[in-house]
Design a binder for this molecule. Structure first.
Ligand code: G3H
Ligand code: 13P
Ligand code: ZN
Length: 347
């Protein structure tokens, strides 16, 4: 099955009232683990690559691996998405490479650090939509600023500062109308990476789970019931995964992620794409550390990459696909080509 436009995967998710995990990849093991989980649960999936991932893999390697994933799993709709594109040029490159969906993160300037004005965000997002839709390619935009930094991209805001840049629901309505985008990434207090919480118990100093402004999602959904929302920074950072890392020589203190129940609440209110990267990094790292600690004589990479692949599949992708509701929906529809999608945008 060829790669599918992400817009179709999101439209179908909206019809079925479920969410779809968008999993970041940098290598073959991650792609295989996602596809094994998708095949076992019969789930449509979104596989995404950041600019850092494309640089690391020299672009064409990831593209070919994703094509192999489709070839091996003809019954699974797969969308290939650019995560956090920082310029029109980057989005163009991804489209030329064969991505069926791109994110333009116009909340920040091209340097990936300076917050853009609202007008700048509207202008660049609209420009990408005008470039992508005639080619049948889906566009995700972002309004509001997330905490944390990934690949040097991010305002570097602390969790407290990021809370002052949450998505404004009235502005979101204007943003969607002015840009014509397909999916809206919202800032509701999530942040990238393993350290998502700026809250501490005033008495004990212990880190508390991050506080999310779920009411923003509820209000955006009330104002725009057909808008597909995206939750970034949605790793749950499960204690079991952090414990494995720490048990075998790691040092990750005081971490908290986003509870699956909160994501499910978002899904009930219009969230259709759920971005998860950190959890698979944790699962992979824990599994590799375990092999190194228990078998110090091992030096064949397959001896630690195979358990790493299994851990990502079993501890992250399988449970998330079930929890987000995408499981069982791979066969609900006939995947569209980019040409067919072009015709839909042209109407
Ligand atoms: O957007 C966040 C992802 O975790 C990508 O991270 O830029 O380090 O590849 P990365
Ligand atoms: P996590 O760091 O929570 O996995 O978020 C990933 C993400 O939002 C990718 O865009
Ligand atoms: Zn993100």
């Amino acid at each position: 099955m060829p790669l599918v436009p992400m817009r179709q995967i999101l439209d179908e998710a909206a019809k079925g009232g479920y969410g779809v995990g968008a999993f970041n990849v940098n290598n073959m093991e991650q792609i295989q683990a996602i596809m094994e989980a998708a095949s076992e649960t019969k789930s449509p999936v979104i596989i995404q690559a950041s600019r850092g991932a494309l640089k690391y893999s020299k672009m064409v390697y990831l593209k070919k691996l994703m094509e192999a994933a489709c070839e091996e799993n003809p019954g699974i709709p797969v969308s290939m998405h650019l995560d956090h594109g920082n310029s029109v040029e980057t989005c163009k490159q991804a489209i030329e490479l064969g991505f069926t969906s791109v994110m333009i993160d116009g909340s920040l300037a091209e340097d990936g650090k300076t917050p853009n004005t609202y007008e700048q965000n509207v202008a660049i997002t609209k420009e990408v939509v005008e470039l992508a839709h005639p080619l049948g390619v889906t566009v995700e935009g972002e309004l509001g600023v997330l905490g944390g930094i990934e690949d040097g991209h991010g305002a570097g805001l602390s969790v407290e500062e990021a809370n002052a840049h949450l998505t404004d629901p009235a502005q979101a309505e204007d943003f969607v109308a002015k840009t014509g985008l397909d999916a809206l990434a919202v800032a509701i207090g999530t942040s990238h990476g393993a350290y998502k919480s700026g809250r501490k118990d005033p008495n004990t100093g212990e880190v508390l789970p991050p506080a999310l402004a779920m009411d923003r999602i509820h209000e955006i959904h009330e104002r725009m019931p057909t808008c597909h929302m995206v939750m970034h920074g949605s790793s749950s950072v499960p204690k079991e995964l952090v414990d494995i890392v720490n048990e075998f020589g790691g040092n990750m203190p005081g971490t908290f992620g986003i509870a699956v129940e909160q994501i499910q609440d978002g899904i009930k209110h219009g969230v259709r794409k759920v971005n998860v990267d950190t959890d698979s990094r944790l699962a992979m790292t824990g599994a590799i550390r375990k092999v190194f600690a228990e078998s110090p004589e091992a030096f064949d990479p397959r001896k630690y990459l195979a358990p790493a692949r299994d851990a990502m599949r079993d501890l992250v992708y399988l449970p998330r696909m079930k929890a987000f509701g995408q499981a069982g929906h791979a066969g609900d529809y006939t995947p569209m080509s980019l040409d067919e999608m072009k015709a839909v945008y042209g109407k």
